[in-house]
Design a protein around this ligand. Structure first.
Ligand SMILES: [Zn+2]
Length: 304
């Protein structure tokens, strides 16, 4: 009787051990499946991993898996989400708009530089009079005078692309046009560390396709409202009169910091202090083209 019972107990024990072994092996294969799906090491909660491994036919891309995990983490830990929502990054547009409220803005722009003669004199004057301006730079000049380009950026002026070689972009093939924009952009980035988002086509020569190329490079095209014609060698008196007569709120004044006829830019340098002083007397404040756009004062016909 006793021997029989012992035999029965042994059989039951053996069956129990067998069941446990089967359970253990199947448990291991589930683990293997999880680790082979590439998720076990990514710190994804077990629940998220299970969702992915439940449908073996679906080859879950890692990005999708991360997305699932990110969603889960956000909903699972509201304490991490709440401070982010309460403290959003402040938009720079709001304070700038306040900054320019009730102000009569005008932007000075200088094309075709930089160089190490006139551009530097213009920079000295802008510093002396505490004026920020915008320089539309030619790539070739930037390559020749990277230090001046860098100084322009460091002194807080805005920087724009003015093509690589001052070519008429409207007369070029789309490939050549894109190269003009790209090469200038790269030269400016290399010299200043800044990526221009403003562009002025040489001669203001744009077409729909030129404009498209500019927009494809994430830039806006900037015309002007007052042309000093400094490049043509206009007299200081004539330029001064032209600027004072034709400047309006939100105006953009076109000048040059390099090139033009002989001694032309010497007159630009002479003109600069007088227009700064007189426009200030007329109630104008100087802004970069970026600031003009931010303020909402730039004319829509001028910024494309
Ligand atoms: Zn030009």
């Amino acid at each position: 009787m006793r021997g029989k019972r012992t035999h029965k107990t042994r059989s039951l024990s053996f069956a129990f051990v067998l069941i446990m072994l089967v359970a253990l092996i199947s448990g291991c294969s589930v683990l293997r499946e999880l680790s082979s799906s590439g998720l076990s090491g990514s710190g994804i909660p077990g629940a998220a991993a299970a969702v992915v491994s439940e449908s073996p036919t679906e080859t879950a891309a890692p990005e999708e898996a991360v997305l699932v995990a990110a969603d889960r983490t956000e909903t699972a830990t509201p304490s991490e989400v709440t401070p982010y929502q309460e403290d959003p990054t402040p938009s720079p547009v709001i304070p700038d708009k306040d900054k320019f409220k009730d102000k009569k803005l005008v932007a000075l722009t200088f094309d075709d530089g930089p160089d190490n003669k006139y551009t530097t004199q213009i920079l000295d004057l802008l510093k002396e009079y505490d004026v920020k301006a915008t320089f539309f730079m030619v790539g070739l000049q930037v390559e020749k005078y990277p230090d001046t380009a860098k100084r322009i950026a460091e002194e807080g002026h805005s920087i724009g692309n003015h093509s690589w070689s001052h070519a008429d972009l409207s007369k070029l093939s789309s490939k050549a046009r894109d190269e003009e924009l790209d090469r200038a952009q790269q030269a400016i980035i290399e010299a200043t560390g800044m990526t221009p988002h403003l562009m002025r086509a040489p001669y203001g020569a744009i077409s729909d396709s030129v404009l498209q190329s500019i927009h494809d490079e994430n830039m806006k095209h900037v015309f002007w409202t007052v042309d000093t014609r400094d490049w043509a060698g206009s007299s200081v008196t004539k330029m001064h009169e032209n600027v004072l007569d034709n400047t309006h709120k939100g105006g953009i004044i076109l000048m040059h910091s390099f090139g033009g006829r002989k001694h032309a830019i010497e007159r630009t340098v002479k003109l600069l202090p007088s227009i700064i002083k007189d426009l200030r007397e007329m109630g104008y404040e100087f802004a970069t083209v970026d600031e003009l756009i931010e303020s909402g004062q730039a004319h829509s016909s001028v910024i494309k």
